[in-house]
Write a protein that binds this ligand. Sequence first.
Ligand code: ADP
Ligand code: MG
Length: 390
Amino acid sequence: MIEHSGTLPRILIVDDEHLVIRMLNKGLKNRYDLQFASKGNDALASVMVDLPDLILLDVGLPDMDGYEVCRRLQENPLSRDIPVIFLTGHDEHQDILRGFQAGGRDYVLKYATVLELMARIDTHLELHRQKVALKDALEQNRMQHEKMSSLGLLMAGVAHEINTPMGYVSANLEILARYFDQLVGGEKIRQGEGESKHPTGDSGRMEYLAADVVDLINESLEGVRRVIKITRELKNFSRMDAPELKPVILSDCLESALVICSNELKCVATIRKEYEPLPEVPCHPGQLSQVFLNLLLNAGQALEPMGEIVLRSWSDDAFVYASVSDTGPGIPRELQERIFEPFYTTKERGKGTGLGLSISHDIIAKHHGELLVTSTPELGTTFTVKLSRG
Ligand SMILES: Nc1ncnc2c1ncn2[C@@H]1O[C@H](COP(=O)(O)OP(=O)(O)O)[C@@H](O)[C@H]1O
Ligand SMILES: [Mg+2]
């Protein structure tokens, strides 16, 4: 009976010779979580049930040779990366090139010492671990890159968004200061001349000043509120990677994204909203805003010189939906699959990274949802985010 421990590396040994199996079991069982298969088909089935960390594979099996097993493992994206070490007899040794061609990483003689076998296994486990770590780091990097490039694109817009209200808030404060000066100055003159406090000649001017002061204050408050809103949305974006799920109304994420890029869009699109009320769903709001930001920017870039963007939200018994539609040129049918590939872009350098939709697709998949596209040439494109309600 083989001991199993959750923390030991899992190794699948595929061999039909009892002696080899007994020898490997005895030598390796304390260091690895071992599983056995004696036929190629059994090995392929076992891999699909439970992915091992490494496979020791005999060349001569009863139903198919080890090279064929290796080729089939290579064909399946799930098993492609599992390191395979061929177990060869002396007579098969000449043939080992075939093993490498089939995707094997290494080979070892069947009757090699246990110490040699362990050294090879540990080397390949470590190589594999490093490969996975590198892949994760690259994935993180890819997301960061897209986030930075879309944010970089937006920074000018955001600066403008903040600058405009701040410009008139400061102009208004200057006028208010002048009014105040005039009021205080007028008061002093009147007091010096011994006049009554509210001479009739001045009352029209006073009324005008009072009304304008109220307007100036209201306009300034509105500007300050806009700045607060945009900085709050920017803060949401910087919390993009928060690990916890939050109950969120999907259309709010769309609105957050819209605040960030409204300056980008206002020169190319009129925006119409058809929101139906939505229930909250658990999600990472920052990540979803990144998805919507990318959909909105794509829609805007498809529209030049001018068009319409329609934002919708609705729900049914099982799902909530939010969509971004544009009246752009559409995406030809044969390209509708390709647009989700990393680095696929039809935009000039500096404008497109080709990462937006692939990252958006990944984010929605991690939320167990779907990112759907429908597009009609000449009429436009709709991207829909569909998330489960529960
Ligand atoms: N709304 C749209 N209308 C037309 N084409 C689009 C639209 N959205 C995306 N695409 C196509 O999909 C490609 C990939 O999009 P994306 O992954 O966001 O990368 P990028 O925007 O950097 O090119 C775009 O280059 C474009 O050809
Ligand atoms: Mg894009």
